[in-house]
Design a protein around this ligand. Structure first.
Ligand code: BGC
Ligand code: NOJ
Length: 811
């Protein structure tokens, strides 16, 4: 069953039934001001950091789900409704929510009165702008009240949700005309406040939640709205809100537009006040002046559309299947940008207070957006590397506001450092900007202790070399990519964190996954050294890589697949010898991507084992058989019931590793089959089972051992977005940035006739047409650049500004 449809011409998903199987959300903002918005106008806003600078309040895991947001209420002769259906839930004659690129439009209609609210964050603006268009489609005069509503969060979201003994006495606001200023804690150490305004004279307002709602009411029935009478309350402590009341009259056919702005302001400390208790409103007034009319909002919308035109134009596909086009051209790239902005911090499954920017996550996210915003990718690499320690190890995450490492979720995840090499390698291949390697970058954010980025990368490489275990495989540390395979954490205490407890010695448990990763990204490091003329450095690195390959051959192969790890007792993990968890996806993907076993048939064997044991109708599960009991020596993994998350869930993040591996083995049909299985637009028809948004990837789909196979969770913020874009764009469609040009190597289903891709690369545009006259899966027979036949499969870099025709004939 579907709950809406794609509108590709507008790059929107149009939800037409508000009762989606879960709130279906969108993200507004692309720089520092962000909002999360659901299809019924729920959600919240924050500046840079969802934990430390939360502007509006949101209650996670609430009943009913998704209560609280940026609400509008209409009361016409006692009939109360909201344009987004919630919170009032009066049946609407017509409902629609259009989630687009950086904006959402929520529209409701009751008795021929239509209310359409556009929510957006303009480019370069520290605020959310809401344009509400009210249209009287009837032939009688209408007179009704409109109420707005937002609830302020007292900035630190964690504290806001827990420290009530203090917080109920700190809330402060100021009111000037139609603008409500939220200034809690501004009197002391904060240099920021927020405001909510409307571009018209109002007939009343409220700033105290309980006065507006009535203490025993929910958001669905505020007293002020029911009675069409604002209380004109002035918040002192308790829960400050902002609500405007406007009485509106519309002639038959008449339309009226209003502009609301929710803004964030920072003021230099010396200018904070104009007089005692009176805040300096000049910067807010400047912001408000920018959005005085509906036309101002329309212009900002045009600018936003242009911004996305530019970003998405870098890679555009024309393929006979519209689902694939919309995934590649619109939603997958959009999701990559969202994961770039948020890492794993704030979604409907990430509360914004738990995790900041993940070291490994952000490095991997980068491969999905570096082509869109290379400058910001550069900055991101430097930010990440700045949190690295001198010995090459890393904090597992850093806080977006301060950009400093945060050890609340531990460190010593021994795969972390290597992901930095992936990010740097892909950045240089995309941009040709070798200068990044000469940047001086601090260790642990200490500006007095810096080294070149090249040196950071080298320390990532040697962190593995310096931390080998008994088999000379890399020590796993707290965990590798799989945060839940905690081989040094033997926890028997309820509630103890698997990620921060390390009560095993740490000197024995080893990871075959990191070994494969070392071969793969170590090789990238070696190639970068060669390109830089550091031949000696490259030679030494090559020696370490060759040694590691040998070790994987000796200790990493189980007979039909790659072993996953060795535990604290030196026993195999992910081997046929085990009763459960015989085979894991990660080491298959990583070792084969590293090229291990491609020449001697082991890769094929391992991929066949994946097909046989891990694949199912909805994707590839992480391990098999699923663990049916808690195994202390493995940590969190077996804490999950079978089929969920890291215990045999379809962890979509590493499905693309198998797709890529299949392409390396030349099997385009299998790669495509795996791609299509988890690609959201292809799942639209099973929305009621899948549950999460049909326009973005979810981290996890319940696996074959689960109660409800096919049901997804944890949508939006997942490395799945970047890896799938990488797999489809670079390995299946086969257009891969390289140091000296675009490498062309499609590996596709044999029945495909061809497709076209427009790729912008280093300033030039390439119009690439791939044809497959012999219906093969791989192999480039002929390659032409502007009519001239090329040797090899790399299109050289053309002049910036030029447009180039590329013909690829497979065969
Ligand atoms: C989840 C992992 C996650 C980890 C880190 C675990 O509970 O299953 O997917 O990476 O927490 O916080
Ligand atoms: C989600 C985490 O964000 C990511 O870093 C990790 O690799 C996966 N879970 C698997 O545990």
């Amino acid at each position: 069953m579907k709950y809406g449809h794609f509108d590709d011409s507008k790059r929107e998903y149009v939800i037409t039934n508000p009762r989606t199987p879960y709130p279906w959300i969108n993200y507004l903002g692309c720089e520092d001001f962000f909002s999360i918005i659901t299809n019924t106008a729920g959600g919240y806003s924050f500046y840079k950091d969802a934990r430390l600078r939360r502007l509006t309040r949101y209650r996670y895991n609430n009943v009913p789900v998704d209560d609280g947001g940026k609400y509008f209420y209409i009361n016409e002769n006692g009939k109360v409704w909201s344009p987004g259906w919630k919170p009032v839930k009066t049946e609407l004659d017509h409902y629609e929510c259009r989630h687009g690129m950086g904006y959402s439009i929520v529209k409701g209609e009751v008795d021929q009165l239509e209310a359409e609210v556009t929510y957006m964050v303009p480019i370069g603006y520290k605020g959310e702008v809401q344009k509400i268009k009210l249209t009287n489609q009837s032939d009688r005069k209408r007179s009704f009240s409109l109420f707005s509503f937002v609830e302020w969060c007292l900035w630190d979201a964690l504290d806001d949700g827990s420290n009530f003994q203090r917080n109920f006495s700190t809330g402060q606001v100021e009111i000037v005309d139609s603008t409500i200023y939220h200034k809690t804690e501004y009197r002391e150490r904060r240099d920021h406040y927020a405001f909510y305004t409307v571009n018209e004279k109002i007939d009343g307002l409220d700033t105290d939640r309980d006065s507006f709602l009535g203490l025993y009411n929910g958001f669905d029935a505020p007293d002020a709205v029911t009675e069409r009478q604002s209380r004109n309350s002035h918040a002192h402590g308790w829960s400050p809100i902002a609500s405007h009341h406007l009485q509106i009259e519309l002639e038959p056919g008449e339309e009226k537009q209003l502009v609301f702005v929710l803004g964030y302001v920072e003021v230099p400390v010396e200018d904070k006040f104009v007089e005692n208790q009176v805040i300096n409103k000049a910067p807010a007034e400047q912001m408000i002046a920018q959005f005085q009319t509906a036309a101002d909002v329309d212009r900002a919308m045009d600018k936003l559309a242009k911004f996305w035109d530019d970003l998405l134009s870098v890679y555009q596909l024309e393929h006979p299947e519209e689902e694939l086009n919309r995934a590649v051209n619109i939603w997958n790239q959009y999701q990559c940008m969202v994961t770039f902005n948020f890492s794993r911090s704030a979604s409907f499954f990430e509360s914004g207070i738990g995790r900041g920017m993940g070291f490994r996550d952000s490095n991997q996210d980068l491969i999905g957006f570096v082509h869109q915003v290379p400058d910001r990718a550069r900055e991101r690499i430097i930010d990440i590397a700045s949190t690295q320690f001198e010995d090459g190890s890393a904090y597992h995450q850093y806080q977006p506001l301060t950009k400093k490492g945060n050890d609340a979720v531990g460190s010593n995840f021994n795969d972390d450092p290597l992901w930095l090499i992936l990010a740097i390698d892909e950045y240089i291949k995309e941009t040709g900007d070798w200068s990044i390697l000469e940047e001086m970058v601090p260790f642990d954010n200490d500006e007095s202790n810096t080294a070149t980025l090249f040196e950071h990368m080298k320390r990532s490489f040697y962190h593995v070399v310096n931390n080998l275990g008994p088999h000379k495989l890399p020590l796993i540390g707290r965990a590798d990519w799989n945060d839940c395979l905690n081989l040094n954490c033997h926890s028997e205490t309820p509630g103890e964190s698997f990620q921060t407890t390390e009560n095993g010695e740490g000197g024995v448990a080893e990871s075959v996954f990191i070994a494969g990763m070392f071969v793969l990204y170590g090789d990238a490091f070696e190639k970068l050294c060669l390109k830089l003329g550091k031949d000696k450095e490259a030679e030494v690195a090559a020696g370490h890589i060759a040694d590691m390959k040998k070790v994987v051959d000796q200790h990493g192969w189980d007979g039909e697949w790659f072993i996953r790890a060795y535990d604290h007792y030196g026993e195999k993990v992910g081997s046929d010898e085990q009763e459960e968890g015989k085979i894991f996806i990660e080491s298959q993907g990583m070792c084969i991507m590293a090229g291990i076993g491609l020449e001697d048939g082991r890769a094929r064997k391992a991929l066949d084992s994946v097909k046989e044991r891990l694949d199912c109708e909805y994707g590839i599960v992480l391990n098999n058989p699923a663990f049916t009991k808690y195994i202390v020596k493995y940590g969190e993994i077996s804490s999950y019931p079978e089929g969920y998350k890291e215990n045999a869930g379809i962890f979509c993040h590493n499905n693309p590793w198998i797709m890529i591996s299949e392409t390396l083995a030349g099997n385009g049909d299998a790669a495509w089959d795996y791609f299509r299985k988890i690609c959201p637009p292809y799942l639209e028809e099973i929305s009621d089972l899948h549950k999460t948004e049909p326009y973005v990837y979810s981290q996890m789909i319940a696996g074959k051992d689960a109660q409800k196979p096919g049901e997804a969770k944890n949508s939006w913020l997942t490395g799945t977005a970047a890896w799938n874009f990488y797999a489809i764009s670079q390995y299946i469609l086969g257009i891969r940035p390289d140091f000296d040009g675009l490498k062309i190597n499609p590996v596709i289903p044999g029945k495909w006739e061809g497709y076209k891709v427009t790729r912008k690369f280093r300033g030039a545009t390439y119009k690439i047409e791939v044809t497959n006259p012999a219906f093969v899966s791989s192999g480039v027979k002929e390659l032409f650049l502007n009519g001239a036949k090329l040797e090899g499969t790399v299109i050289p870099i053309c002049e910036a500004g030029s447009e180039n025709m590329v013909k690829v004939v497979m065969g």
